[in-house]
Design a protein around this ligand. Structure first.
Ligand code: DHE
Length: 528
């Protein structure tokens, strides 16, 4: 006689119990209903009412694979370092937090599908590029010294003249843009990504949207190829990378992100590597990096490039475009950045394990880079110090900036700051690097570090009590623009040599500012 499975014993037992105690069944139902309404009241605004992610990530078992339930309880109770996730311990009881955790680890009845068909159907063409003039509709001295400022407060973007520091135009964006917008190489077009997957192409010269497409349900970031022909989107949900035609955002190819055994993964981030003619993506649930070539004549069959270049009958056929090269790494990578040559990739996991990967040889060359405080590497910078190349990065968990020699890969200095920081910035024409203190009681200060001595030379407190964050420089490096991260906020312009305030422009919770020249030239000290 076959053994009765344990699950059916449990089901039978619980049915029995419930028939004996109908109140137990009712209690279980009430608990589930409570969790749903608790979720609606406390979580839905940021994580989406169907748990698909919005300002915060999707809350589904597949996306929570690296988070144990106990850790999830801790996150709800105490908030999450380096994110917008607040602490709920004053508002929710332990039992309520426990039921929320059970709820978010429950699979959805139907997992949403977002494949090529859905992406294609979402595409909106606002204006054909051929109908738009290639002459700007406004006058400025230098089109490459324009800035875009993302205002998170009311989901708008301001176009700023970087010479006069005057707003030219303000337009509505999609909800919750995240990460840097990326420019076309000539600086005329810009691409934005929202956390819920919308990619928008905007014509700066005509002040008009060109096209939009929803490339994912929960998106991390996007990268534009150095030749301006492609846009690559990194998604948390579904587990995909999506290649778009930069002209009108038509989808070209969808990459299902899986390892050789079929295990799928969220994508942590994707960046373009200009001299390599490739995109590089880090994966969150598989210890691999992916390099995807966009060369017209892609590399084949060597150095790990995977190609399906044989037909069923065994004959050779032309290689498929956009081949993938998988590079094994020692740990998951949550974020990374490159050296200026795009040979060394410096990555870190959220747990604080740093690694250096040599992209030419395709393997980890430093498995244990000292990055203890979980750096926000996307905002790490490189510069020359005493004749050698160094990298510097703030830490999201610790009040210090790590400075690491890029030859020996040893930490040469930890610069003590007044709290953990998010963004660090410099410019090759300034001796100073600026780093914020995004968290804690000193969130309103900005440190200025001398790159020649690695000492803090000034600590600014532009608006007491209000978060001062994210600096970007003008094209020539003479002025530094800083955000006061508040609905009643501002962009403050500083003379980057005297460190004196020059101008204050009121804005609604301005987050990042992006200079066309610095970003399209991939300048040292700025975000790429
Ligand atoms: Fe960001 C850039 C990851 C939370 C504002 N952030 C990036 C990039 C990554 C990243 C990988 C680089 C993308 C690019 O430019 O192509 N951010 C993460 C996280 O993992 C983290 C810690 C958790 C999360 O919520 O996903 C996180 N980030 C935040 C915030 O809470 C911030 C402060 C507010 C917000 O908008 O959500 C925030 N991140 C930014 C900004 C940039 C950014 C303004 C662009 C910086 C730049 O100068 O390029």
């Amino acid at each position: 006689m076959p053994a009765t499975p344990v699950s059916s014993i449990i089901v039978t037992l619980s049915l029995l119990l419930c028939s004996i105690h109908p109140s137990l069944a009712a209690a279980a139902e009430t608990k589930a209903a409570d969790a749903v309404s608790l979720y609606k009241d406390n979580c839905a605004e940021c994580h989406n009412e169907h748990r698909l992610g919005g300002m915060g990530p999707a809350l589904l078992p597949g996306n929570l694979k690296r988070l144990r339930k106990n850790a999830a309880i801790d996150v709800i109770r105490n908030g999450r370092m380096a994110t917008q996730m607040p602490a709920f311990k004053e508002k929710l009881s332990d039992a309520e937090i426990q039921s929320l955790v059970e709820y978010v680890y429950t699979p959805l009845k139907e997992t949403p599908v977002w494949g090529m068909e859905e992406i294609r159907a979402s595409q909106i063409i606002h204006n054909r590029e051929s109908d738009l003039s290639d002459k700007p509709v406004f006058k400025v001295d230098d089109l490459l010294n324009l800035f875009l400022v993302v205002e998170l407060g009311d989901h708008h973007v301001t176009l700023l003249d970087g010479d006069k520091f005057e707003p030219i135009h303000r337009f509505k964006s999609r909800f919750a843009l995240h990460g840097g917008p990326k420019y076309s190489p000539d600086g005329r077009f810009v691409y934005f990504a929202s956390r819920d997957g919308w990619i928008s192409k905007y014509d700066i010269y005509n002040l008009k949207l060109v096209a939009e497409v929803r490339a994912g349900i929960n998106t991390r970031n996007q990268a534009v190829s150095a030749d301006g022909r492609y846009v690559m989107i990194a998604n948390y949900l579904p587990h995909t990378l999506v290649l778009l035609d930069a002209k009108d955002l038509s989808p070209i190819k969808l990459f299902d992100v899986k390892d050789a055994d079929g295990k799928s993964s969220r994508v942590s981030a994707v960046y373009t590597a200009p001299p390599r003619n490739s995109f590089i993506a880090a994966l969150k649930d598989i210890p691999e990096l992916w390099e995807i070539s966009y060369e017209d004549d892609p590399p084949i069959g060597f150095d790990g490039w995977v190609h399906d270049y044989r037909t069923d009958s065994g004959e050779n056929r032309a290689p498929e475009p956009f081949p993938v090269r998988r590079i094994s790494v020692d740990d998951y990578l949550d974020d990374f950045f490159f050296d200026q040559e795009y040979v060394s990739l410096i990555g870190a996991s959220r747990e604080g394990k740093g690694q250096v990967v040599d992209l030419d040889v395709g393997r980890v060359i430093v498995p244990d880079l000292e990055l203890p405080g979980m750096p926000h590497l996307g905002s790490g910078i490189t510069f020359e110090y005493k004749g050698r190349q160094v990298l510097a990065t703030p830490n999201l968990k610790k009040g210090d900036v790590s400075v690491i020699d890029m030859e020996s890969w040893k930490t040469i200095k930890r610069i003590k700051t007044l709290g953990p920081g998010f963004f660090m910035r410099s410019h090759k024409n300034t001796p100073y690097a600026w780093v914020d203190v995004f968290f804690g009681p000193n969130k309103d200060v900005m440190h200025v570090i001398d790159k020649r001595t690695l000492e803090i030379v000034k600590t600014l407190r532009p608006v007491p009590g209000k978060t001062a964050a994210h600096v970007e420089f003008t094209r020539d490096g003479k002025y530094a623009l800083l955000s006061i991260w508040d609905p009643d906020g501002a962009v403050i312009v500083y003379d980057s040599a005297t460190l004196e305030e020059v101008k204050r422009l009121p804005m609604n919770k301005p987050s990042g500012k992006y200079n066309v020249f610095n970003k399209t030239r991939y300048l040292e000290g700025t975000s790429h």
